[in-house]
Design a binder for this molecule. Structure first.
Ligand code: ZN
Length: 297
């Protein structure tokens, strides 16, 4: 049996506002952890504290700090980038399992483990009594699509060292929300792909801003699905994509600050009307932007 050191490894309380939507998700971050510690040394000295705070739910995230000298950290199978100050970011996919293990390997060789409980969400599901549209893309279509797809994958894999992941995100633009993250249609029992971002419809041509600091890793026009597309790396594996832009005001490689004007809302690419589709990804996990900004005021 592994020794348990409940007092030495704890989660801190956050100052999360009592917003009804978010309150349900923040509670689980406030519990004191009772982690299991194992490893090379059997020293009896208490381990330094590991702290984290965030939204422990599907589509949510945590920001945390590992003890000084921590060698590595991981969430489940995913290794985390540890900043020089021990800061780290981790997130939970739309379809995350109910529990994930957060693991920090200390300089001593000790491994501190804590099982995180990830609150499941009730996604908006529409059951449609129609057959799913055939998705078989033609060779000609894929010929056009493949370089676009490759550019997006490469952009999202870029690591710029941006620090925006540390910030509280702001809305890129405010307006009617015309599509929530995660909603999904099921066609006669066959699941369609879920909505990977949030749609905001403030009107055609309305300017929008960077929700957090970052570096532009893709600024492209004329993509077949996305139209005018901006991707911003916020660092630590976290990035934003903005689709259907009518104008792009930044260039690839440019550093942008939170609140900086970066483009205008449009309906380029595959869009039924002018709106900004904003999606957030951490590595392969798709995240809910609403959990980063809080409700629109
Ligand atoms: Zn959308």
């Amino acid at each position: 049996m592994r020794p348990r050191r409940p007092a030495s490894f704890r989660a801190i309380a956050s100052g999360v506002a009592a917003l009804a939507l978010l309150a349900a998700f923040s509670g689980s971050a406030l519990r004191a952890g009772a982690p299991t510690v194992s490893g090379a040394s059997a020293s009896l000295a208490p381990l330094p504290a590991l702290t984290y705070d965030g939204k422990l739910t599907q589509g949510g995230y945590i920001r945390g700090k590992a003890p000084p000298g921590a060698a590595s950290a991981a969430l489940g199978e995913q290794s985390l980038e540890l900043a020089e100050d021990g800061g780290f970011f981790a997130a939970f996919d739309r379809d995350s399992p109910d529990t994930l293990e957060l693991r920090v390997t200390l300089a001593s060789g000790d491994i501190a483990r804590e099982t995180l409980s990830i609150t499941p969400r009730k996604w908006f599901i529409q059951r449609i009594n129609l057959p799913k549209r055939p998705s078989g893309a033609s060779e000609a279509w894929w010929k056009r699509r493949e370089p676009e797809y490759n550019a997006i994958v490469a952009a999202r894999a870029a690591r710029t060292g941006a620090q925006g992941w540390r910030q509280d995100f702001i809305w890129p633009v405010k307006g009617r929300i015309s599509g929530m993250f995660g909603r999904q249609r099921i066609y006669r029992g066959e699941a369609g792909s879920y909505h990977s971002g949030i749609d905001i419809a403030p009107g055609n041509g309305v300017p929008f801003v960077a929700p957090a600091d970052g570096v532009v890793v893709l600024a492209a026009t004329g993509f077949s699905l996305e139209g005018g597309l901006i991707i911003i790396d916020h660092g630590a594996g976290l990035n934003s994509a903005f689709l259907h832009c009518s104008r792009i005001a930044v260039e690839q490689g440019e550093a942008v600050s939170q609140g900086q004007y970066i483009g205008n809302v449009g309906s380029s690419g595959r869009a039924t009307g002018p709106h900004l589709h904003w999606s957030l990804k951490w590595n392969d996990a798709r995240l809910d932007p609403l959990l980063f900004t809080g409700p629109m005021e």
